[in-house]
Design a protein around this ligand. Structure first.
Ligand code: GLN
Length: 194
């Protein structure tokens, strides 16, 4: 990339450190976002996996929710994984009543919907544009129940979308930062620097 993309990683809770490592390997200028002012010098943001109910609450108490909602509405590129996907969705089933999401992508999800026996699993998925499969790690993942017309499905597992993209939003129900493979992060860096 010519100018290094300044990519923020939401660092309130959850699996943010592995995202930072992947983005740094790809040459991005990475910064942690905990306060509203941290957003000012971000060209893009990663919302990690973790616990979306807790993250929603921490977004409110840190006063980040509203400024972040505005940046997302203004087209800030964002990559959400697992809980991050839940936070970006338009509608969340089995949410806690006080849980908020940004509606940044026209997508409905159901929390923890893969069932108790298999609430965590790993599988290879074919990703559009990749010449070999991506090893995907699912941890109490949300299940995508609806995708809008302008949402591109890049990977499915058992006929359910697991990696989707709109103009400025990339969202995965799995954890690409936990596989030793940076191709999904590279896809996001390419969206930011395009
Ligand atoms: N089940 C979590 C939630 O609802 C998401 C799990 C994850 O991010 N690994 O927020």
């Amino acid at each position: 990339m010519s100018a290094r993309a300044r990519i923020g990683v939401l660092a309130l809770q959850g699996a943010f450190a592995a995202h930072e490592a992947a983005l740094k390997r790809l040459g991005a200028d990475v910064r942690e976002v905990r306060l509203p002012a941290d957003l000012d010098d971000c060209d893009a943001l990663v919302m990690p996996g973790g616990e979306s109910t807790t993250m929603s609450k921490l977004l409110e108490t840190s006063a980040l929710f509203d400024p972040l909602a505005k940046r997302l509405a203004d087209g800030l590129p964002v990559f959400g994984t697992c809980a991050g996907m839940i936070l970006l969705a338009a509608h969340v089933a089995d949410a806690r009543p006080d849980q908020r999401s940004f509606g940044a992508i026209d997508l409905d999800v159901q929390r923890n919907a893969y069932g108790r026996q298999v609430d965590s699993f790993e599988t290879d998925v074919a990703v559009r544009g990749f010449d070999r499969a991506f090893h995907a790690v699912f941890i109490r993942a949300p299940r995508v129940t609806r995708v809008g017309n302008d949402v591109e499905v890049l990977a499915v597992h058992d006929d359910v979308p697991v990696l989707v993209r709109s103009k400025t939003v990339l969202a995965a129900s799995f954890h690409p930062e936990l596989s030793d493979d940076d191709r999904v992060h590279q896809m996001f860096v390419d969206m930011v620097t395009a």
